[in-house]
Design a protein around this ligand. Structure first.
Ligand code: ZN
Length: 365
């Protein structure tokens, strides 16, 4: 038991510190050199680590450096939206090796899933990765999924009546999991946070979603609808929402509420925003609605909030303004230092959907 835990400890250290030497392991892990030698040789035999270079020592002998074998296993993450497919390939270090984004209208049909299979084939061939070395394909989508991540239970945005993972696995030839998009993105953003943190991830993308992350895991709620702040009511008798209600947050804070003024291109909206008076007026109204939503989340959960999704990754220049307004809105005089910008700005849903299989693989070492 202890032997295995030493091996895991050595692997974890090398994972977090690529190019580690035996001397560094000895100093930082408080293990004897024979124990480290034995762990290194087991990890090398298992192909989990590789000899990655030499550390040049002044005077004495040069030391071998070790890193994890990033190419040993991969995971694929897919973000399915109404009109696009994004696909990422990540390695054992959880780094993006490559990604593809194509315009493709979703349909729950054989031809759609055959196209997904072709995209997977393309990215694997391009990066010379064998299908056998892919652990899993995690699929994030704007839908509610069950707790075992093998079934869509509500898929109004995509028009899904029923979708089970085994149907997709038949087409893709890989083990698959289905994730709610906001849960995937929130997990991808916070997986390496201290486990005691409770955080709310607000996804401001084509649709608005959210995820409560507690002790490193999404909190799903009693009926899997936790974090669905897109359907809080912002304006009584407001715009019609796809859920059947009126005035929902989704209808005011989804990215298309800004990008519809620039032919669907959010980058152009934010590029032109500083100089465009009409856009400034639109964005000021957006910020008022955002602040109202953030205040409601804070009141219920009293935790840190991450601004994520397409809009969240453009908010850096406006964070101070948002925080000032939020300070004024707070009933208890809380300072809004609990608001953070997302770090994962590229393909956050796909990366978050790809991560669990990599983390499980490492956990089992
Ligand atoms: Zn709604």
């Amino acid at each position: 038991m202890r032997k295995n835990s030493n091996k895991k400890e050595v692997f974890n250290y090398i994972y977090s510190n690529p190019g580690t030497t035996k001397q560094a392991l000895q100093m930082n892990l408080n293990l004897s050199l024979p124990t480290i030698n034995s762990c290194i040789s087991q990890l090398m035999d298992d192909n989990l680590i590789i000899h990655s270079g030499m550390e040049k020592n002044t005077g004495g002998r040069n030391s071998k450096e070790y890193s994890i074998n990033q190419q040993l296993r991969y995971s694929i993450g897919i973000d399915i939206t109404k009109n696009h497919i994004s696909l990422v390939l990540i390695n054992l270090s959880s780094e993006i090796v490559d990604y593809i984004r194509v315009k493709k209208k979703f349909s729950n049909t054989e031809s759609y899933f055959i196209q997904l299979r072709e995209l997977i084939k393309t990215i694997l061939e391009k990066n010379k990765v064998e299908l056998n070395n892919v652990l899993e394909c995690g699929i994030g989508l704007p839908a509610l999924t069950n707790i075992t991540n093998d079934k869509v239970v509500y898929g109004e945005i995509l028009g899904i009546k029923s979708l089970e993972v085994k149907e997709i696995e038949n087409y893709l030839g890989l083990p698959c999991k289905l994730y709610n998009d906001a849960n995937a993105a929130g997990f991808g953003e916070t997986w390496n946070y201290p486990p005691t943190n409770t955080t709310f991830y607000l996804m401001l993308s084509n649709n608005v979603g959210g995820c409560v992350l507690s002790h490193g895991e999404p909190y799903y709620g009693n009926t899997l609808k936790s974090g669905e702040v897109g359907h809080l009511r912002l304006h009584s008798d407001g715009k019609q929402c796809y859920c059947g209600q009126r005035g929902c947050v989704d209808q005011y804070l989804a990215s298309k509420q800004l990008s519809r003024f620039t032919d669907g291109n959010l980058e152009v909206f934010f590029d032109e925003l500083p100089e465009n008076q009409e856009f400034r007026t639109i964005f000021d109204a957006y910020v008022i609605d955002l602040v109202e939503t953030l205040n409601a989340i804070r009141m219920v959960l009293d935790c840190d909030i991450i601004l994520g999704g397409y809009v969240g990754s453009h908010l850096e220049p406006y964070l101070h303004t948002i925080q000032e307004k939020l300070d004024r809105r707070n009933s208890f005089g809380d300072k809004s230092d609990y608001i953070f910008l997302c770090n994962q700005r590229k393909e956050s849903i796909a990366v978050g959907a790809a991560l669990p299989s990599i983390l499980s693989f490492i956990e089992e070492i």
